[in-house]
Design a protein around this ligand. Sequence first.
Ligand code: SF4
Length: 218
Amino acid sequence: MGFTLLDERKARDAVEALEKEYSGARYYLSFSTPIDLVAAAIISAQTRDETVNALTPALFKRYRTAREYANADPEELTAMIRRVSFAGAKAKNIIATCRTIDERYGGKVPDKMDALVELPGIGRKTANTILINAYGIVEGIPVDTWVMKLSSRIGLSESGKPEEIERDLMKVVEKRHWHNLAYVMKSHGKKVCQSKVPLCSKCLISRLCPRNGVTRSG
Ligand code: SF4
């Protein structure tokens, strides 16, 4: 089956309709400070938001600064997040990342993309997430699995690579929507454009969407 890429006008209409429908969509992980967000974002890989949000209050109470995480006992930190997948590796990444933040940036989470993506366990998606939600700096669009899936189905990007998808989206999505596009798409994915069987008959953009890769729909 071929792939249909939406033209720019239809792409803008589709995104505009979704933005309007899910105007209340917000970032889903709880945090108070940038360092909380770094820890929560590392823990959240391949983990349900509810699981992350259930365990982070105790974590944020135990470790308040980059230095406290940097000096954490790996076993204790791993035990605190043991309910998530790859807990040991994530604990190691949190400690290594916070050590760099403490030593190189005086304990302040960097507010530059180049600096963030050099930290262990922080890719471009997480860096965008930190910039947007901790600092209100919008440089790009966080591309998570929902954004990847929906961008393909809707015909906003033909690529399977997050960085190329981000580039394609930045061409067709107005900048004022970049900060919450991932959360809008996630809301639509959970409610309507569901992973296994999307509910196309109930979808507000069904007339625009080419439904790339959809073999069964409700
Ligand atoms: S539910 Fe169907 S029509 Fe709506 S965005 Fe998903 S694939 Fe497209």
